[in-house]
Design a protein around this ligand. Structure first.
Ligand code: B4P
Length: 191
């Protein structure tokens, strides 16, 4: 099974993807994690995207499509979870093309619905928890960047809801519930 997790920043895409990895052995393809890894390792691409990410804006389609293309080449029988990708219509079109080129079928798009106030609270809380644990908070986990991330989401990513609805692939889950309840609803949506 190959699925996309769609939703605004802080909706729980990464959280739920991690659970699907543990429970079903699926492979998580998080463009956010890939971009953060590129930054940490100091690659040219990592240096290029750092300021864009910190500001809460989207990295160029070309860069993220290239990252996904590399991962799809490896293939995988347990199924892919596309976490935070696609985030624009151009990325969705590119993913269609990559999937058919690699003989991979998309089974479902799970949209996590969460209101803006909760999203901001969750992300600000994650930053506070990191600091309390003696770790560095994500540079984009602050109220100012979150507001820009939300604006980017509504402008560039939310049109994907209609795009996948029209294809008949969309399943909507209430992301305001506890992590366990969200996981149970995702499992239902996929069964
Ligand atoms: P991402 O890494 O994808 O980050 P995200 O959208 O903020 O996180 P997510 O929805 O996964 O939330 P999480 O589970 O962590 O992107 C970061 C940046 O990378 C983007 O802004 C952009 O610059 C760049 N980027 C990534 N992909 C791109 C693309 N395709 N194109 C262009 N640019 C791209 O949850 C957040 C918090 O909520 C956690 O603390 C979690 O514990 C908590 N939480 C989760 N579920 C909960 C629940 N049910 N109840 C209570 N708390 C919950």
């Amino acid at each position: 099974m190959n699925i996309i997790l769609l939703g605004p920043p802080g909706a729980g895409k990464g959280t739920q993807a991690q659970r699907l990895v543990e429970e079903r052995g699926m492979v998580q393809l998080s463009t956010g994690d890939m971009l953060r890894a590129a930054r940490t390792s100091g690659t040219e691409m990592g240096k290029k995207v750092a300021a864009v990410m910190d500001a809460g804006e989207l990295v160029t389609d070309e860069i993220v499509i290239g990252l996904i293309e590399e991962k799809l080449k490896d293939g995988n029988d347990a199924g892919f979870i596309f976490d935070g990708f696609p985030r624009t219509l151009a990325q969705a079109d590119a993913l269609n093309e990559l999937l058919s080129r690699n003989g991979v079928q998309l089974d479902a798009v799970v949209q996590l619905e969460v209101d803006d106030d909760t999203l901001v609270k969750r992300i600000v809380n994650r930053a506070a928890e990191a600091v309390a644990a003696g770790k560095e908070a994500r540079a984009d986990d602050n109220e100012e960047s979150v507001k820009i991330r939300l604006m980017e989401y509504y402008k560039k990513t939310s049109p994907l809801i209609g795009y996948y609805y029209a294809k008949g692939d969309l399943k909507t889950v209430d992301g305001l519930q506890s992590m366990d309840e969200v996981a149970a609803d995702i499992a239902n949506a996929l069964s």
